[in-house]
Design a protein. Structure first.
Length: 585
């Protein structure tokens, strides 16, 4: 059994057989062949080895001729390894005696060999491991051929293990068959993580190199609550996790009784509890859990992985589906919040060395006014179907806000000329997620109808931490004293201006942190759909006075660890029975 620690990005636990997706997208299955098919499979392996050997020999001769025998020797070493009698005998034994498919026999054997080299304290030997991976890929490419399978075409429940998954790949995961996923790279609040949360798939990212330690078909436990991955778990660990998983399901079922109850505090304060969604289909989950509306409708899915810019009708249909499903409850639609580097149909004029400080979000929209106007027209059209509020992301200057509102005004005039219906009094708000917006918040609140505090980016920019960088992600602290003060300043300014303020960052989905938000004056939180019952339970078990005292004590503290510990203790006092924690190994 091997226990790995990574970054928890989507809660829940998945237990199942592993499917490995390497960087070329191969699915490496563990499949057993029938006894009478063994000879045919051995022949297929022999054919693949000969085919790969022929290709390597050709590369050796070509490189030797053009660059010299010294360089050709690299391929000669590959050829020698591929034809190694001991290696080929092991392939054959696994197929004959264990009835493994050639793909699985090749992957299992070569990854074990590679791990031996990687564990040696020698750069030379570690480089040989990469040679083994090259041979593995070549053999798999030949063996799989047209049988290469895409993530979206899985046909049985699995846990996906990959070097990385893009947001679009994650969005295309079939939730019927993907129990959970793990990646070697990635951060807690990147777009892949956000998509995973939205799809409610247990996920852990940023594990580091581990794919060489596991083969397809082996049992894996993904603990999305603790950020833990357990390879080849023993029976005791499996039994413990399965037991805790059943208890967790029982606890979730116990919260279903809260579905139709309001999120009122014990002293009668009504808290508006809405949901953050990524895709239109998530609206069912919101309704099933009794959301008061959609507090953040991210629209990036329309652009991610797309080779073509979405049309106005594409936008409108996606928005209309959610607005109509909300049946009169409000839907806050945020305009595009991506960098140019993430848009499949767009080619940035030059490489961005720091995308977080580059052409993204409202800056990208204002740089591409035609794209921006298309989205705004669709949002306005959707506003005729229900209660819609429009929100601009990453506003850092008054000039940006005013320019965005001018483009919105132009879109309204276009629709007026065409006689297209829309809500002429649509509420327009902004995300507060950069320190400059907080510094100027007294001016911003005069020009918007509401604000929504995005604690993810606000903490990132305030603390100068790249939240997707594993090396520094531990410095990202939502309850850092500086972040709490920025949030408090924003809430006070909104109160003084008489406009609503909400919080839609991950902080609001964490019960212990939600208490301090209520204490600071927040009466509207927007959370991940899966967190709706737990946050409602919190609201119904505390008083505003109690939360205000907690908030004041937290504001007086000077480090994030102290604040976090204090808030966790207060949560235990407020709600003695919380979501069961899954076992720590």
């Amino acid at each position: 059994m091997q226990v790995l620690q990574g970054i928890a990005v989507s809660p829940g636990v998945a237990i199942g057989e592993a499917v490995i997706i390497d960087q070329e997208g191969f699915r490496i299955p563990q499949r057993f062949v029938k006894r009478d098919a063994v000879d045919a499979e051995l022949d297929r392996l022999k054919s693949a080895i000969e085919s790969v050997a022929t290709g390597i020999a050709k590369n050796r001769d070509t490189v030797s001729e053009q660059l010299g025998e010294k360089y050709g020797a690299i391929f000669a070493a590959h050829l020698q390894m591929l034809r190694d009698d001991r290696l080929n005998q092991e392939f054959g034994r696994l197929i004959r005696e264990r009835h493994y498919t050639p793909e699985y026999a090749v992957s299992r054997t070569l990854r074990r060999y590679a791990k031996v080299f990687l564990d040696l304290d020698s750069t030379y030997h570690q480089e040989r491991a990469h040679d083994i991976f090259d041979i593995e890929k070549s053999l798999l490419r030949d063996l799989l051929g047209r049988r290469r399978e895409e993530l979206s075409h899985l046909s049985s429940p699995v846990v996906v293990l990959a070097h990385n998954l893009t947001p679009s790949e994650t969005a295309n995961l079939n939730r019927q068959f993907v129990l959970g996923f793990v990646t070697e790279i990635g951060g807690a609040l990147g777009h892949t993580a956000i998509v995973a949360k939205g799809m409610e798939i247990p996920a852990v990212v940023g594990i580091g190199e581990f794919l060489t330690d596991v083969s397809g078909g082996e049992f894996v436990i993904v603990d999305g609550d603790q950020g833990r991955v357990i390879l080849q778990p023993d029976e005791e660990t499996l039994a413990r996790y399965r037991h805790e998983l059943e208890e967790h399901k029982t606890h979730i079922a116990s919260l279903e009784s809260l579905r139709d109850l309001p999120a009122d505090t014990l002293d009668g304060e009504r808290i508006k509890l809405t949901a953050n969604i990524e895709f239109p289909q998530e609206v069912k989950s919101c309704n099933d859990r009794g959301a008061d509306g959609v507090g953040l409708y991210r629209t990036e899915f329309l652009y991610l992985g797309s080779e073509e810019e979405p049309t106005e009708e594409d936008h409108f249909q996606a928005y209309a589906e959610v607005v109509q499903a909300m049946d009169g409850r409000s839907t806050v639609i945020r305009t595009l919040d991506l960098g140019a580097d993430k848009m499949g149909h767009a080619t940035p004029s030059k490489e961005e060395h720091n995308p977080f400080l580059g052409l993204r979000s409202i800056r990208l929209s204002l740089k591409n006014v035609s794209l921006f106007r298309t989205q705004l027209r669709a949002i306005l059209r959707a506003s005729a179907l229900g209660t819609v509020r429009l929100m601009f992301p990453l506003i850092s200057t008054l000039d940006e806000l005013r320019k965005a509102k001018m483009v919105l005004k132009d879109a309204m005039e276009d629709l007026d000329e065409q006689g297209v219906a829309y809500d002429k009094n649509i509420s327009v708000g902004m995300m507060v997620e950069v320190p400059s917006a907080v510094v100027m918040i007294d001016q911003f609140v005069k020009e918007v109808d509401f604000i929504s505090i995005g604690t993810n980016d606000l903490a990132q920019y305030a603390l100068a931490v790249d939240r997707s960088n594993k090396e520094v992600s531990h410095l990202f602290q939502a309850v850092d004293p500086a972040v709490l003060r920025l949030i408090n300043t924003s809430i006070q300014a909104a109160q003084q201006a008489g406009i609503p303020a909400s919080v839609c960052g991950q902080m609001s989905s964490t019960p212990a942190y939600a208490m301090v938000l209520l204490g600071l004056g927040i009466r509207h939180v927007s959370v991940t759909p899966i967190a709706l019952p737990e946050i409602k339970k919190l609201c119904r078990n505390v008083t505003i006075e109690q939360c205000a005292q907690i908030a004041q004590r937290a504001l007086a503290m000077d480090n994030a660890l102290e604040i976090d510990t204090f808030l966790q203790e207060e949560l235990r006092r407020a709600i003695p029975v919380t979501v069961p924690h899954l076992p720590r190994t």
